[in-house]
Design a protein around this ligand. Structure first.
Ligand code: PEP
Ligand code: MG
Length: 324
């Protein structure tokens, strides 16, 4: 098995009929970097910056953040590293910044927190920009965007941070900026959001939770949490079509992208890259190398006519088993 994985590492992720699909990884700790490299990742689709914040006892300073971000950027250079701005709230708490709410997933989380605290956002973005000096492989991703007003405000702050950093003598280009599509409202505004930014990334963990009104961490309703639900599949297809209509690339970085069977459908929908936990990368690559793009598209078209989630699951697994 290890030998098989080793051989797979140097092979491209492409279908039998030559369709390439870049496989990226999700990271949080520096330890994730080694695993990602061993498995042949082509970039970082999601670096969860809240991880270093969560293991700290206070807000890390600009200098401390710079050092942490520099490690990630340098480790993957020249491959792209997509750094998401602080996404706290919901289930992600900082001991030194308690948020008490009765409905945290519908509350103060992600971009909402950092737009209310621009000083936290500016320090973080300055640290990211400085960390990218001479490397230029940084991409900035904004979490929990629900509309264009938030992107506009965040872009304004990013430009301000960029100006400040340049005033300090750090000569860096403006990095690409993207938004997460993980709130249903954003699905319906994909075109407008696409016009504001350079790329999109779907957060299928939150998008599934919010589309189906199922808490992603509640075991009692875990059976209802299903990223193959027809409503989720339709939403994902719409996001890809609308982003492409505006000429913008779209990735997906939720757990779904690391499920090989689901990855076949994401390939067929036209996602430009898949970002996943490094552990799942070889499995996804292996399966995508066993299928043709036309077969994947045929399968997607067939599954998108089914309205029962159970039948979608069984049809998908049966079709993939028949591949051999
Ligand atoms: C998601 O919501 O799918 C996502 C990738 O972000 P997180 O899991 O960190 O909320
Ligand atoms: Mg999310």
């Amino acid at each position: 098995l290890v030998k098989g994985l080793d051989a797979l590492r140097s092979l491209p992720c492409e279908t039998l009929d030559g369709q390439r699909m870049p496989l990226w990884v999700n990271t949080g700790l520096l330890a994730d970097v080694t695993r990602a490299q061993e498995r042949g990742a082509e970039g970082v689709g999601l670096y969860r910056t809240e991880v270093p914040f969560m293991i700290n006892e206070r807000f890390p300073s600009e200098k401390e953040q710079l050092a942490i971000y520099r490690e990630q950027l340098a480790a993957f250079h020249p491959l792209p590293v997509t750094m998401r701005t602080l996404d706290i709230g919901g289930d992600k708490a900082l001991s030194y910044f308690p948020i008490k709410e009765s409905n945290p997933f519908l509350g103060w989380r992600g971009i909402r927190v950092t737009l209310d605290h621009p000083e936290i956002f500016l320090v973080q973005v300055r640290a990211m920009l400085k960390a990218s000096e001479g490397l230029d492989n940084l991409r900035i991703l904004l979490p929990m965007i629900s509309g264009t007003h938030e992107t506009e405000e965040a872009l304004h702050l990013i430009h301000r941070a960029w100006g400040e950093v340049r005033d300090e003598g750090v000569d860096i280009p403006m990095p690409p900026v993207g938004v997460m599509i993980e709130i249903p409202a954003a699905v319906y505004q994909t075109k407008e959001l696409s016009r504001q930014v350079d790329f999109l990334s779907v957060g299928s963990n939150d998008l599934t939770q919010y589309l189906l009104a199922v808490d992603r961490n509640n075991p009692r309703v875990a059976d209802l949490y299903d990223y193959l639900h027809p409503a989720v599949l339709q939403a994902l297809k719409k996001v890809v079509d609308d982003a492409h209509a505006e000429g913008k690339p779209v990735s997906i970085c939720g757990e779904m992208a690391g499920d090989p069977a689901a990855a076949v459908l994401l390939l067929a929908m036209g996602f430009d890259s898949l970002s996943m936990n490094a552990t799942n990368l070889p499995k996804v690559k292996w399966l995508l190398r066993q299928i043709t793009m036309s077969k994947a598209k045929e399968l997607l078209a067939q599954l998108m006519t089914i309205d029962n989630p159970q039948v979608i699951h069984s049809s998908l697994h049966l079709a993939l088993r028949n591949l051999g």
